[in-house]
Design a protein around this ligand. Sequence first.
Ligand SMILES: Nc1ncnc2c1ncn2[C@@H]1O[C@H](COP(=O)(O)OP(=O)(O)OP(=O)(O)O)[C@@H](O)[C@H]1O
Length: 234
Amino acid sequence: MANLLTINHLSYSRNLQLILKDLNLELPYGQIVGLLGTNGAGKTTLMRLIAGNYIDRKNSISINTETNSAVRKSLVSFTEQVGGWSGHPRIFKIGNFYDALYEDFNLTTFNQLLSNLNLSPDQRVNQLSKGNFRKLVIAVTLARQTDLYLLDEPFDGIDSMTRKKIISSIIQWKPENATVLVSDHHVGDIANLLDQVVIIKDQHVAAQEAADTIRETLGKDIETYYEDFYREEL
Ligand SMILES: Nc1ncnc2c1ncn2[C@@H]1O[C@H](COP(=O)(O)OP(=O)(O)OP(=O)(O)O)[C@@H](O)[C@H]1O
């Protein structure tokens, strides 16, 4: 089977600042991939480019061989913000909104995710804590049936019990062939979830390795591998 995601020689500048340079990446179907890198490495920028929120003028990115950014948007589930409503809607209204917006949005899955994450459909969005808001973003993202899910620091502000619930939700709700690209600064927390890791450094993909290879061949846990990678490069 061809790769789900292929990126060839991607460079991207914003406000005259070069953020990504000659970045190459291939991701297969059916994997959970950790996107790692220090603050400002370019993880969010890369996700926005993959999702078609930032324009890749040279068509360096293809998903299922599709390079058109408008089409790619429909193939990727990436929720950066849930907002822009008038008034203070309840969560079930958000579900209805996304259900109308995306053909692949599954309202039943959304409601199951809410229940799994201890969110009530009747809660008002403006009254959610930061952590509960993050959970809503995750429910909205995973309720779509797509091939590629992008989760940018999904555990930011989330307590450890809830983190475990989110991790089990990702495993439970990910369609078998779909791939999840997840960034997080607490590598150890998501290590058991990952099939492979991608490290962004110096504006490109500096390493891509299977989790099994890291553990079995290199004899390291993923956190140590990541930290050693930076230490060795110093
Ligand atoms: N609008 C912008 N104009 C110029 N540079 C920008 C802009 N937005 C972001 N950057 C720069 O792009 C680089 C990558 O930022 P990005 O948010 O993608 O990194 P990140 O790896 O997600 O960081 P973090 O882990 O801190 O969230 C940073 O150096 C940042 O300063």
